[in-house]
Design a protein. Structure first.
Length: 723
């Protein structure tokens, strides 16, 4: 790795004057060369391949005319060139040398780290949208996806630009987005409501955009102004295609833009409108999926239909494919209908298969990106028998947390097709001796949460601690252990790392966060920590709770005991969902497990009224949330443990009489263990429970099913204690 880095740096230093010339004369496009090199370098690609990439891309640029004339506004063009120059000069100042590749790398990394991905993308979009904005938008989607599955920010951006740099365009169009910093800001909701109200009228979108701009300056509300236009314009078929506009609307609505203001969202929509208006199917693909093309291909002219599918195939195969892509595009393969693509050779079958397979909750874009990443690891060498990566480099790439979960999930799909000649195959369970690509089977550790990020409240002990350990053993790459007792939460995180070290697993990180779940600021910070440190949130286990020793019936229970119990047991779950659900939306979905109790289902003559009421509320809340968010790929379930051998309950059952008073009603005759609840939580968190939502998942030793119990004697503490 270090040798590769040194050689690449030397190569770039040697040719820096040439690269700098290209940067000055070809605008933003040569910047993609640097980003692509960064991505390849960080992924561990061989230096020969990186140099080949740099040279081939530079040669491609040399064949094109400088794009200065395409920028219509001289002042804007000057700003663009000044921005490039300032970036270069700043990097040189940092490292004291004019020819320092690491200077640019460090500067770019620092900027992204400082701004965060969302703000960095937003900051650069008006500048970079001067190219084919749809392809850039597609790259941004890839950026967010790569970051969500665990890649660091720099590599995620590098991957996005690497993908973008491989797209070829017939006639590159250059324009520049405007600076909206001085305008009135509208809410995302208002912006999207306006877009939806347009109901498919492209020209109206442009006019609405202009009117909104006018209203912004005049401090007027734009809604009424737009509605006045609807009666005279929305019914005119000459003013736009409802299908095309629906694609715009779906694109805006499908990706979380919660951190973007309304004007910015409208600006993005306007660019999409321009793309589709000009019938640029390179752009059309960038903002749609193969499924969307299937739905509208009958509306296209035959030559446009052929071109659209050619572009689809081009982009699908674009990642890390150089020598054979032109042959593919020049062939007649794209003249065939979509369903006939499955008759092609195996590696294209995989593309078609991944685009049509949606079982198990996988999204189309997940499978497409998984396929591309697998292609890298398989060694798509374009005729090179040694493949794109060496054996050592393939081993390195499989250890990257961003790739591992996708490789594991795609294993069956890849193995079901014959490998391409000259390529490395993915080993399967039926062929464990295949050494070409070492994907950990995790037979001891497990992979039910492979690549997931989990937040667990009440992680200082009991169910929370056992769950943190188990989730990590089952492949979670990040576990946030949250508790009001920060020292105990840190102890849990340390135990997680120690347990994983014993198993030789080093790519999972557990960290502790202090969180009083009754305080909104603490819960918000807990979720933000997961996103900041691990790039997203996939599993939220709202487990924190109390059972007060002074909890009794309605007469004896004091108001402060009631309030404290409700604040932690009910409000804590509410706040967890309040801040966790938006994070899961950004991650494309997830699983929420709320710890309730069997006492929320059954009544008891041994009163603990505040606790029982709180757990009933959690069950009702979970059911409601599950219904609300079911079509957002977010599952919500209430875990209802029976009486447990945990510190929480055993402190309450402080006499033998209290213990036996309850055990007599448990058919299994013993208390449950925290480890057993952790396993139930794991099931609900994993894809094994992909069709389970809104349930009260009861794990109670049979107590809710019993009338008269057995008479045999058992150890009341005889359950399994380890996960």
């Amino acid at each position: 790795m270090e040798t590769s880095r040194a050689r690449v740096q030397q190569q770039l230093t040697t040719n820096w004057s040439s690269l700098r010339y290209r940067m000055e004369h070809y605008g933003y496009r040569s910047n993609h060369l640097l980003h692509g090199v960064v991505a390849l370098l960080e992924l561990g690609a061989s230096h020969d391949k990186i140099e080949d990439f740099a040279e081939s891309y530079a040669a491609k640029l040399d064949k094109q005319e400088p794009n200065h004339e395409d920028v219509t506004e001289p002042e804007t063009r000057s700003k663009l060139l000044k921005k490039e120059k300032l970036t270069y000069e700043s990097a040189c100042a940092l490292f004291g040398k004019r020819q320092n590749f690491d200077g640019l790398l460090a500067l770019y990394s620092a900027e992204v780290q400082e701004l965060g991905v969302d703000r960095a993308v937003k900051k650069h979009l008006p500048f970079l949208v001067g190219g084919l904005a749809g392809a850039l938008f597609h790259s941004i989607i890839q950026l967010g996806y790569a970051y969500r599955i665990g890649g660091d920010r720099l590599v995620a951006e590098g991957l996005a630009y690497l993908h973008y740099s491989y797209l070829s365009f017939d006639e590159p169009q250059v324009g520049v987005g405007e600076d909206f910093s001085g305008r009135k800001k509208f809410s995302r909701t208002e912006a999207l409501t306006l877009l939806k109200t347009l109901n498919g009228n492209q020209l109206l979108l442009k006019e609405m955009y202009d009117q909104l701009e006018t209203a912004s300056r005049a401090e007027e509300k734009p809604v009424g102004m737009i509605q006045k236009r609807l009666s005279t314009m929305s019914g005119d078929p000459e003013r736009g295609s409802p299908v095309a506009f629906q694609m715009i609307w779906d694109t805006i609505n499908s990706y979380d833009l919660s951190k973007m203001d309304g004007v910015f969202a409208l600006d993005l929509a306007f660019w999409l409108y321009l793309m589709i208006e000009h019938n640029d199917f390179v752009i059309l693909h960038a903002v749609t999926s193969a499924w969307a093309l299937q739905q509208v291909e009958h509306l296209l002219e035959p030559e446009d239909r052929t071109r659209a599918w050619k572009v689809w195939l081009h982009v699908t195969l674009s990642a890390f494919v150089t020598s054979d892509i032109d042959d593919v595009l020049e062939s007649d393969v794209c003249d065939q209908p979509f369903d006939e693509l499955t008759s092609l050779e195996p590696w294209r079958q995989i593309v078609a298969k991944t685009l049509t397979q949606v079982d198990g909750g996988l999204l189309e874009r997940d499978l497409v990106h998984a396929y591309k990443l697998v292609q890298v690891a398989r060694g798509h060498g374009a005729g090179n028998e040694e493949g794109f990566l060496s054996t050592e480099e393939r081993d390195l790439i499989t250890r990257k947390s961003a790739l591992k979960p996708l490789l594991l999930r795609m294993n069956d799909t890849i193995h079901s097709s014959s490998p391409v000649a000259g390529h490395c195959s993915i080993p399967s369970a039926s062929n464990p001796t295949d050494k070409s690509l070492k994907i950990p089977t995790m037979s001891v550790i497990g992979n039910r949460l492979a690549g997931q990020v989990a937040v667990i409240t009440g992680a200082a002990g009991g169910i929370g601690r056992k769950s943190a350990i188990l989730f990590a053993k089952q492949g979670a790459r990040g576990v946030v252990c949250a508790d009001v007792n920060e020292a105990a939460a840190a102890e849990t995180a340390q135990l997680v790392q120690e347990e994983l070290k014993k198993l030789g697993k080093t790519d999972t990180v557990a960290l502790a966060v202090k969180a009083d779940v009754s305080k909104a600021s603490d819960v918000e910070n807990m979720v933000k920590t997961a996103e900041k440190e691990f790039g997203g949130l996939n599993v939220l286990f709202n487990n924190a709770g109390i059972m007060h020793s002074a909890d009794d019936d309605a007469i004896a229970t004091q108001e402060d005991v009631w309030d404290l119990t409700m604040n932690i047991n009910v409000k804590g779950v509410f706040l967890g969902c309040k801040y966790g659900i938006p994070a899961m939306r950004r991650a494309g979905g997830g699983s929420i497990i709320n710890t309730a109790s069997f006492v929320g289902i059954l009544g008891a003559a041994t009163p603990q009224l505040a606790y029982t009421s709180s757990k009933g509320a959690v069950i009702a809340m979970s059911r409601e949330l599950a219904t609300i968010h079911a079509r957002e790929n977010i599952r919500v379930n209430a875990l209802c443990p029976g009486p447990l051998n945990t510190e929480l309950l055993q402190k309450f059952l402080d006499t033998e009489e209290k213990k036996q008073r309850r055990l007599v009603h448990v058919p299994m005759g013993r208390f449950g263990e925290a480890a057993e609840m952790a396993k139930a939580a794991l099931f609900l968190a994993s894809d094994d429970a992909s069709y389970i939502t809104g349930t009260s998942f009861v794990v109670d030793g049979g107590i809710t099913s019993a009338y008269v119990t057995s008479e045999g004697q058992v150890d009341p503490f005889g359950g399994p204690s380890e996960v």
